[in-house]
Write a protein that binds this ligand. Structure first.
Ligand SMILES: [Zn+2]
Length: 310
């Protein structure tokens, strides 16, 4: 007669989404990216799209802040109302994933690590009553305004340095605090793309950014083992680039609309049966974290979870 089975211990679900700016899928797939490969090996990798439906009300420019808000709210621009990087009047009626998480369970810890401060102050509207008040327990951003420490240069080397500081802070914070839901935003690849287009420096920037994620990935593996945490690590980009030069984006060409999603979740749907869209990321995070959005918010979502039954 054997011993009774031990009681099942439920691991604590946690999620981080990492957005690497403006990396075309064909570039990512042709560069050696051992960290993203390691993450994908635990789950999967697939292409997807941004830009909504061409010719329909949801058509959304393939512009950076438009894509971020699409990811954060799970809706296209005709709902969240961010059509460019000026972010003049976001419609906060479409809740971001931090607001949904905090409303579902105020005990959940949230964090933002970002090379661009507007992500917090404008897109998330953190602290604004109409955007749900304070939703972030921790943030690390605004370094682009510290011009003494990070003197601005035409080659955007200061952005590369800020990306590194931001990624290092994410490692520190996750190692110590393990927030339940966090977003890491890295920018330098888009600067190189705008300056040089499809080029060896862009490929090198992609390889360097993948390397920036290495310690973070190792930290998460260590935490998951030591603390019985079940981490979803999802890496993506906000848009591709034009086919002719690789310098531009914003229009609706196939290369600009194509994004990619890498995640360590074994239930990530990598089949070709369905498309994957930027709006699917929010429902994927919520499913992993076992969070339900309020009905009025859930009814407005434009995507659905990318996780399939085991
Ligand atoms: Zn971008």
């Amino acid at each position: 007669m054997g011993s009774p089975a031990p009681p099942s211990v439920t691991s604590q679900p946690k999620a981080i989404v990492i957005l690497m700016d403006g990396i075309p899928a064909d570039v990512l797939e042709s560069v050696d990216t051992p960290t993203i490969d390691a993450i994908s090996a635990e789950g999967g990798y697939r292409r997807g799209y941004v830009g909504g439906t061409i010719g329909a009300p949801s058509e959304s420019p393939t512009i950076s802040a438009v894509g971020y808000q699409t990811m954060l709210t799970g809706t296209w621009a005709n709902k969240h109302n961010v059509y460019n990087n000026d972010i003049e009047a976001p419609n906060y009626a479409y809740w971001d994933f931090f607001r949904i998480a905090k409303t579902a369970n105020p005990q959940l810890k949230t964090a933002l690590f970002s090379t661009w401060e507007d992500n917090r102050t404008k897109l998330l509207g953190d602290g604004l009553a109409e955007a749900g008040g304070h939703k972030l327990d921790y943030f690390y951003d605004g370094l682009e305004h510290q011009t003494a420490a990070y003197p601005h240069d035409a080659e955007a080397n200061y952005i590369k340095a800020i990306d590194q500081a931001v990624a290092e802070d994410a490692v520190r914070h996750i190692k110590n605090e393990a927030p339940d839901l966090s977003w890491l935003y890295l920018q330098y690849t888009d600067d190189v793309g705008h300056a040089l287009g499809d080029s060896e420096p862009l490929r090198q920037a992609v390889a360097d950014m993948d390397n920036l994620l290495s310690e973070l990935w190792q930290t998460i593996i260590s935490r998951a083992d030591a603390h019985n945490e079940d981490w979803l690590v999802l890496v993506t980009t906000d848009h591709g680039r034009d086919a002719k030069t690789g310098k531009h984006h914003g229009a609706q060409s196939a290369r600009e609309r194509t994004i990619w999603i890498a995640a360590n979740h074994p239930q990530l749907d990598t089949s070709k049966v369905r498309d994957a869209a930027m709006v699917d990321i929010l429902p994927t995070l919520l499913e992993h974290l076992q969070i339900k959005a309020p009905t009025k918010v859930a009814e407005q979502l434009d995507g659905r979870s990318l996780l399939i039954a085991p």
